[in-house]
Design a protein around this ligand. Structure first.
Ligand SMILES: Nc1nc2c(ncn2[C@@H]2O[C@H](COP(=O)(O)O[C@H]3[C@@H](O)[C@H](n4cnc5c(=O)[nH]c(N)nc54)O[C@@H]3COP(=O)(O)O)[C@@H](O)[C@H]2O)c(=O)[nH]1
Length: 646
């Protein structure tokens, strides 16, 4: 994922080098300062020593000068030969005449007179390595007889300084070497830690694939290069269809295993140069370079969907992951990262809406649909708050008695501008957001209130069925909220029936079954909606504590000519579990007669009654009370009141 540039020095190495150079310069400056300090100290010490020698000579030669004894003065001066740094010395009378001199071989005696010599070190300008001139007055009883001038060489001092400089140099080199070794090791450690951090920050630890951040970095990088090089690329978004179910039923360990298998399958479905990444829990993204035509994008997406539709062997079970796949092609569908991601996302949504396990290519018209969905979401939120929604009720009839035994509450939305918006459109919009929770709560409250009003009639027991979405069931306090609404409305719990679809329960197995148990314990009835369109498994029926099962209208539609065996099997299977059967979507007399003969308990459909407002149900109930005789088969005229069909 990361762009590598092997020839460029790493910033860490560069910093270490700069630091090391800085350390070297600091050592050089401090070494030089030390040397200068040492030179000044040595020169001061030499001057002090020379002064002591000059004073001693001055004391010893005062008598010689007073008595004009040159020989004795010469001998005294000669004692200076034992002092190695004294180069030469001279004794001068007050009038500046040379009285006696001493000089090492090859060196001439000092040429200065007494008065001049007395202030040689203070008066003239002298440099650090110039010879040291000192003078001391020769006095006797307070009277100045002359002066002694001593000249000391700085050769020894220079030699000492050279040694000192060499020592400093060696110490500095040593320190520099140690610093070099330490910084090299530290740099290596830091570089290693940095690499590890970079890996962790850009990699999904479970699958080893690049993570979301790394993927989007690489995506924008490739698109930038693509803009210059005129390349084509397809962004493929993959969302596993039933991953939550695997987690819920087989545990998170199995879920992790499945994700690893999916990662491998995705890698194997594309070329090595293509980019595969895990960008979320069960979401993957693939960036594929397209060599020739745009259609390569959808072909790869379909290949991916096929690769994921096969069973994966997990330690405890074999699982079919199946995935919804959305694809968008750069630059045909979008010219930048944000719109490419958004269009692939829109295509993915379309794949999910078409019933999952599908690959869908982005079409510009989808953007219009996506915008409408976004607008509907905002407006639906307002509609729930401002009571813009209403409820209609579709009656359900007992096949044996012909009596209306319940109603299904169905939401309606008359939009002030767009007119009637079908629940087929707005319920999925609500389900894709948290809005379904508010919508479901509104429907439940209104349905319970209406149910309580109908059932206030003595001797009446009309149950009210309300559709529940998986997201509602996932709410931690869902069963508590339902009980609170029942208490508030006064509707008896056994007259409320909650309709849940198989697929919703499967997508939320653990929480779903737990919530269902709590609801059943409170006396609330449960119904399994759209039975036959999902898993339709006997074992699932055993796990879900339901009272009724609604055969999907897709199975009712071909009756009585086709589909009899499957409906017969569903009815007998449900009865063997003590579960009542509702057939929905009953539209004609032949279907109704066949269902009644097959032992179906309850029917619901346009034949027996279309969804209708509260007042129409009230009228139906009233007329049923007046007519105590159950209704028998016959043709019906009023589309909202077909009870006579029974
Ligand atoms: N979570 C919620 N879902 C809801 C709510 N209100 C409605 N819905 C769901 O929206 C889908 C569409 O509902 P609707 O347009 O109201 O359609 C229902 C009936 O009108 C229709 N029906 C009934 N009889 C017949 C028939 O004979 N033929 C025929 N073609 N259609 C018929 O079926 C819909 C009821 O279906 P179901 O719920 O599966 O019993 C629909 O999925 C609703 O569930 C809500 O408040 N919450």
């Amino acid at each position: 994922m990361k762009q590598s540039d092997d020839y460029a020095p790493s910033p860490m190495k560069e910093t270490s080098r700069v630091k090391l150079a800085g350390f070297g310069v600091a050592l050089l400056i401090s070494g030089f300062v030390l040397l200068v300090y040492q030179a000044i100290s040595l020169r001061s010490a030499l001057t002090a020593d020379a002064n002591v020698q000059a004073d001693m000579i001055a004391d010893n030669v005062s008598a010689s000068v007073m008595f004009d004894d040159v020989r004795s003065a010469q001998e005294t001066l000669h004692s200076l030969r034992k002092v190695p740094y004294v180069e030469s010395a001279g004794i001068y009378t007050v009038d500046g005449k040379r009285f006696a001199t001493y000089a090492r071989p090859g060196v001439s005696a000092p040429q200065r007179g007494g008065a001049q010599a007395a202030n040689v070190e203070t008066g003239g300008r002298r440099f650090l390595f110039d010879d040291v001139f000192v003078a001391s007055n020769i006095t006797q009883n307070g009277k100045t007889l002359g002066a002694v001038v001593v000249v000391a060489t700085t050769a020894q001092m220079t030699a000492q300084l050279v040694h000192f400089a060499l020592f400093i140099l060696a110490a500095s080199l040593c320190a520099l070497w140690i610093a070099f070794v330490i910084t090299s090791r530290m740099s290596a450690h830091i570089a290693h830690a940095e690499k590890k951090l970079e890996y962790l920050a850009s990699t999904d630890p479970l699958t080893g694939l690049p993570n979301r951040r790394a993927f989007y970095d690489a995506l924008s990088d490739r698109l930038q290069r693509g803009a210059q090089g005129g390349i084509r690329a397809a962004l493929i978004l993959v969302d596993l269809d039933d991953f939550k179910n695997v987690n819920d039923t087989l545990g998170h360990g199995a879920g992790d295993e499945l994700l690893k298998h999916v990662a491998v399958a995705l890698r194997q479905s594309v070329r090595t140069a293509d980019l595969v990444s895990r960008i979320g829990g069960d979401e993957f993204a693939v960036l594929v370079a397209i060599a020739k035509e745009k259609a390569e994008g959808i072909r790869t997406a379909e290949r991916i969907a096929r690769a994921l539709a096969r069973p994966f062997d997990l330690p405890r079970a074999s699982v079919v992951a199946s995935a919804s796949v959305g694809v968008s092609v750069y630059p045909d569908d979008a010219a930048d990262v944000a719109s490419l991601v958004s269009s692939a996302d829109i295509a993915l949504y379309a794949a999910k809406s078409t019933g999952k396990n599908a690959a869908v290519e982005f079409r510009p018209s989808m953007t219009v649909e996506a915008r409408r969905r976004a607008r509907l979401e905002t407006e639906l939120r307002k509609a729930i708050e401002t009571n813009e929604l209403s409820l209609v009720y579709q009656p359900q009839f007992d096949c044996r008695t012909g009596r209306m035994i319940g109603v299904e509450a169905l939401a309606r939305w008359i939009h002030p501008v767009d007119g009637e918006i079908s629940p087929i459109e707005f319920v999925p919009v609500a389900e894709d957001s948290e809005l379904i929770v508010a919508l479901g709560q509104w429907v439940l409250r209104r349905a319970c209130r209406d149910g309580a009003r109908w059932n206030a009639e003595p001797g009446l027991a009309l149950h009210v069925a309300v559709n529940v979405s998986a997201r509602q069931l996932r709410q931690a306090r869902y069963s508590e909220d339902v009980k609170a609404v029942l208490a508030e409305s006064g509707l008896s719990p056994h007259l409320l029936e909650l309709e849940l679809t198989e697929s919703q329960l499967m997508a939320n197995m653990t929480a779903g079954v737990e919530a269902m148990r709590q609801l059943r314990a409170a006396g609330i009835r449960l119904s399994l909606d759209d039975f036959g369109t999902g898993y339709s498994s006997l074992s699932y029926l055993q796990s879900f504590p339901v009272n009724t099962l609604k055969i999907d209208r897709a199975f009712v539609k071909p009756l009585p000519r086709d589909g009899q065996p499957i409906v017969t099997a569903i009815i007998s299977m449900a009865h063997s579990f003590g579960i009542a059967v509702v057939a929905e979507g009953v539209e004609d007399q032949a279907q109704l007669s066949w269902l009644a003969d097959a032992g179906c308990d309850i029917v619901q459909g346009y034949l027996t009654g279309r969804p209708m407002p509260f007042e129409r149900i009230t009228d139906l109930l009233r007329s049923e009370c007046e007519d105590s005789e159950p209704l028998t088969s016959g043709s019906a005229t009023d589309p909202t009141d077909r009870r006579s069909a029974l």
